[in-house]
Design a protein around this ligand. Structure first.
Ligand code: HXC
Length: 264
């Protein structure tokens, strides 16, 4: 069991559709939503990424469905949503976590490399929201987009991901305004450096990890569960008047980026 700070059953009788849901941050979110009582559909390109998390959730006593779909293909998303509704009866929560990323200098980034990350992170988020709308508007619900803090500054080697996540923030605010009247809340979480993820292992070179930690005011790296617990909160009725927020969960990291007094 992961550490759960909420009352049991907070999300009882809710159904969540979580893209990127097998691994990393979104895997942790899916598990935490299930521990809070939600039935969870795990969605990503590869079943081998989904099945272990589906088993973990069921071993915890939860309900999970693993269904393969690529967020770049709206017809695959529609099929996965229909399968989810057939299995669980309705849709209440959508978490857009599917993301691609790699480090690359802008001058070496190919148009297709830039476009691939935009297609997955930004257009994929739109595709899923668009396909989920008809289902969410029946009884109201919430969308939670996974953003980042890269785009708040000019982060080197991350032009593609920064552009995509800036777009995700814009989608979050725009949908909050357009779909609020249907009882659909749209929010985002912007995770800082989260140590126990594949993205961190791949994107943050080992020699800079200690320095990175010292630059975080809370003097620790994030954990998947920090994001997962924030996600449970934003998807719960405790957040029922929160709409259009981009919640930064980074220990104060990006705010301190310009702190000339910080330890090197
Ligand atoms: C430069 C690269 C590249 C790399 C791919 N490309 N990897 N360019 N450096 N390391 C380019 C390819 O050359 C190609 O362009 C284009 O991108 C598409 O590549 P494909 O391999 O054909 O695409 P695809 O199979 O769809 O997969 C690409 C990918 C994948 C989705 C980007 O490599 C990937 O990201 N996998 C990891 C998923 C992941 O870890 N997600 C979590 C991200 S963490 P050309 O021109 O050659 O055709 C995150 C948090 C952000 O997002 C904050 C971090 C601190």
């Amino acid at each position: 069991m992961i550490e759960n700070t909420f009352a049991p059953g907070l999300l009882r009788d809710r159904t969540a559709f979580v893209t990127g849901g097998g691994t990393g941050i979104t895997g942790g979110i899916a598990r935490a939503l299930a521990q809070a009582g939600a039935r969870v559909a795990l969605v990503s390109r590869r079943m081998e990424h989904l099945e272990p998390m589906a088993k973990t959730i069921m071993d915890d006593g939860g309900e999970a469905l693993a269904t393969a779909a690529d967020v770049r293909h709206p017809e695959e998303i529609e099929r996965a949503l229909n399968e989810t509704i057939e299995r669980f009866g309705k849709l209440d929560i959508v978490v857009n976590g599917a993301a691609g990323n790699f480090l690359c200098p802008a001058e070496e980034l190919s148009p297709n490399g830039f476009g691939t990350v935009i297609d997955i992170d930004l257009k994929g988020t739109f595709n899923v929201c668009r396909a989920a709308f008809e289902h969410l508007k029946r009884e109201g619900g919430c969308i939670l987009n996974i953003s980042a803090t890269l785009q708040l500054l000019g982060t080197p080697l991350q032009l593609h991901a920064s552009a995509a996540k800036a777009g995700v923030d814009t989608l979050t605010r725009g949908l909050a305004v357009e779909w609020g009247r249907y009882g659909i809340r749209t929010n985002a979480i912007a995770p800082g450096p989260i140590a126990d993820t594949e993205g961190f292992a791949r994107l943050v070179p080992a020699p800079v990890r200690d320095k990175l930690q010292r630059r975080i005011p809370l003097n620790r790296l994030g954990r998947i569960n920090d994001i997962a617990q924030s996600a449970v909160f934003l998807c719960s009725d405790a957040a029922s008047f929160i709409n259009g927020a981009v919640l930064v969960v980074d220990g104060g990291h990006w705010l301190a980026a310009n702190n000339l007094m910080s330890a090197e």
